[in-house]
Design a protein around this ligand. Structure first.
Ligand code: NAD
Length: 254
């Protein structure tokens, strides 16, 4: 049980949901975890859980959309073997419901946030002669999902960013892949249901669960297991790919 022994991993948004599951699993496999998150309470809880299980973790409380904050935090960390670009926010709406500040907020966190972390980490990885990057995209990047205009565009950018980084740094021994989950039951899903469908929470939750042909949402730990595989040496021959993990959403929904 030490697929990441001695590795240093940054997990953005590691204080909740998928990022929390990735942080806990990677720590249990021997990685030292650096959580970059806006949410101090969530990040501290994950930190304490990792430490109480005998692992190593640190947190930096910052806004991933802030270029200088991310650069300063990553420079303080030093050597980085693994970057998981996971921090992200939702937006429900078509273009008519997408106000300029909604659009900017989603792109600042989901797209610029990933750019900020990559910009800070890649030079480090080059000096260290290698590294692994994993981006959280979404099935929304590849399938037309109703009322997800800005969100889908932001995840399409993540999909393309993955290919670009994988291509540019293949000779530096840096691998880069993405994961595209369908719905995963996290505070992210509970939050956008509560915000956008007040009074209909249960009905919408069931509808979203059943939109995966397998009949339920994924569990965060199921995403973390795929992340572990892709970030470990077991996946040494894998780069420039996206991995849907979707309960049949993309190919069996007919
Ligand atoms: N849950 C799903 O159904 C689902 C499906 C596909 C893709 N994803 C993607 O997976 C990723 C994680 O989603 P989740 O469901 O675990 O979400 P979550 O809301 O449970 O957790 C997101 C974390 O990111 C942090 N964060 C948000 N904005 C930030 C900012 N500006 N700076 C720093 N940290 C910030 C939050 O504080 C939180 O800890 C996101 O990129 C999301 O788009 C989620």
């Amino acid at each position: 049980m030490s697929k990441l022994k001695g590795k240093i991993a940054i997990v953005t948004g590691g204080g909740s949901g998928i990022g929390k599951a990735i942080s806990l699993l990677f720590a249990s496999e021997g990685a030292t975890i650096h959580i970059l998150d806006l949410n101090k309470t969530g990040a501290e809880e994950v930190l304490h859980e990792i430490v109480s299980l005998g692992g190593k973790a640190y947190i930096s409380i910052l806004n991933i959309a802030d270029h200088q904050e991310v650069l300063t935090a990553v420079q303080a960390i030093g050597k980085v073997d693994i970057l998981v670009n996971n921090a992200g926010i939702a937006h429900v709406g078509n273009i008519e419901n997408c106000k300029e500040d909604d659009f900017s907020r989603v792109f600042d966190v989901n797209v610029k946030g990933a750019y900020n972390a990559l910009y800070a980490v890649i030079p480090q990885m080059k000096v260290n002669k290698g590294g692994v990057i994993l981006n959280l995209a979404s099935i929304a990047a590849i399938v037309g999902i109703s009322d997800r205009f800005a969100y889908s565009m932001s995840k399409g950018a993540i999909y393309a960013m993955t290919l670009s980084i994988a291509r540019d740094y293949i000779n530096d021994n840096i691998r880069c892949n993405s994961i595209s989950p369908a719905r995963v039951h996290t505070p992210f899903v509970d939050g956008f249901i509560a915000k956008n469908y007040p009074g209909k929470e249960e009905e919408i939750f069931d509808k979203l669960a059943l939109s995966q042909p397998i009949g339920r949402m994924a569990k965060p730990n199921e995403i973390a297991k795929l992340a572990l595989f892709l970030c470990s040496d077991d996946a040494a021959f894998i780069t420039g790919n996206d991995y849907p993990i979707d309960g049949g959403f993309i190919k069996l929904n007919n």
